[in-house]
Design a protein around this ligand. Structure first.
Ligand code: CP3
Length: 345
């Protein structure tokens, strides 16, 4: 099996730098649209055969070194009892937002096999279909990021309602976050039992918090998930990705993760200095830089590979999800360039 990705996560020597892309199973691929045309997005998440098919597409078409399960971070709050809708071109919507005590009380901590069994079924199917070609990454949203969607009722610009609850009803906020945290721990444990070989925790909105608020309202919950997973005997690599989190790195390094994902707003060598030894880094090409002509793209890749040498293990990735507008050939070129330039002679 190609275990280059898992080795790099553990800080072990590899023959070349492994690479995958956040949102690699997605709309930039015409082959994704072909499958997607038969289902709504949520139907596709809940149909293991369809989820497995689009999960494998970038492995075969782009040549990445890891597969990431096709699903969404918001299936967890849906399983907790908050109805979820995806509106074409408007993203996710929770029509009954969670903003008061009654709404928090109504949320359950779901049994993952009962409420999210379709995810475990997709993972089991994928381990069979991937046949150890590349490792399979499972994932969940970090509690703060999930809470923003529940409280705001969808995406947000300034997160006013989330911060309002943090500042004016901190006990209610903590109860909501505790429920999300407990749900996420059992969900991720179940993913590993089903066959996930690494886990990534997406804290997509952590970057909207002041450092002291990240310390109080986000970091403790992410840390509790990682601590609980390790205490329960989970040994697969755990990746924490705080988007727009360069200014939070001195805190993220204590979250307990084996790997920290980084966006493009910081150089990897500087990040490695802040994080210190013992934690691998994942990242961090600006997704838009995939539009560069070949020679300039190659220079960017080379610079990131060079900076990545400062870390205890480097997994090449984009700094955030690949955009639907990116030509697949450019993604493939990037992956080939990472492999070629990083190959040990
Ligand atoms: O990375 C992968 O390829 C695995 C699949 C994956 C998806 N969403 C598929 C998806 C993963 C890991 C996610 C995580 C996710 N979902 C995050 C965290 C990562 C990040 O981007 O910061 C967040 C914030 C969400 C919530 C979400 N899901 C939003 C805001 C949207 C709409 C935004 C958009 O890009 O349109 C989604 C929809 C979504 N999730 C799509 C895909 C492929 C597009 C659905 C479609 O086909 O229409």
């Amino acid at each position: 099996m190609n275990d280059t990705f898992l080795k790099a996560c553990r800080g072990e020597a590899t023959d070349y730098t492994p690479v995958w892309m956040m949102r690699q199973a997605g709309r930039y691929l015409p082959e994704y649209h072909t499958v997607r045309s038969r289902y709504t997005f949520l139907e596709m998440c809940k149909t293991p055969e369809a989820a497995a098919e689009v999960t494998i597409q970038p492995v075969d078409l782009i040549g990445v070194d890891a597969a990431i399960l096709f699903s969404d971070i918001l299936v967890v709050p849906e399983a907790m009892g908050a109805p979820l809708e995806f509106h074409e071109n408007r993203g996710p919507v929770f029509p009954s937002p969670v903003r008061d005590e009654a709404a928090v009380n109504k949320l359950i901590v779901p049994d993952p096999e009962d409420e999210l069994g379709y995810v475990m079924a997709a993972i089991r199917l994928l381990r069979k279909e991937l046949a150890n070609k590349v490792p399979l990454i499972g994932f969940a949203g970090a509690p703060f990021t999930i809470a923003t969607y529940l409280i705001e009722g969808g995406s947000s610009k300034n997160f006013f309602l989330t911060k309002k609850m943090m500042y004016t009803e901190p006990a209610l906020y903590a109860r909501l976050l505790d429920k999300i945290t407990d749900s996420t721990i059992s969900y991720l444990k179940a993913q590993v039992e089903a066959g996930a070989q690494a886990l990534q925790l997406f804290d997509s909105w952590a970057g909207v918090l002041a450092p002291r608020d990240f310390a109080e309202f986000a970091h403790p919950y992410a840390k509790r998930i990682i601590t609980a997973l390790k205490a329960s005997g989970v040994t697969v690599p755990l990746i924490y990705f705080a988007n727009n989190g360069a200014t939070l790195l001195d805190q993220s390094k204590t979250v307990g993760a084996d790997v920290l994902g980084l966006d493009w707003r910081i150089n990897l060598d500087e990040a490695a200095r802040i994080v210190g030894p013992g934690i691998a880094l994942q990242g961090n090409l600006d997704p838009c830089a995939l539009l560069l002509p070949q020679d300039k793209l190659e220079q960017r890749v080379a610079a990131i590979l060079e900076q990545g040498k400062a870390a205890s293990g480097h997994i090449f990735n984009l700094g955030h999800g690949i955009l639907p507008e990116i030509p697949p050939a450019q993604a493939k070129l990037m992956v080939e360039t990472v492999h070629r330039l990083s190959a040990k002679k």
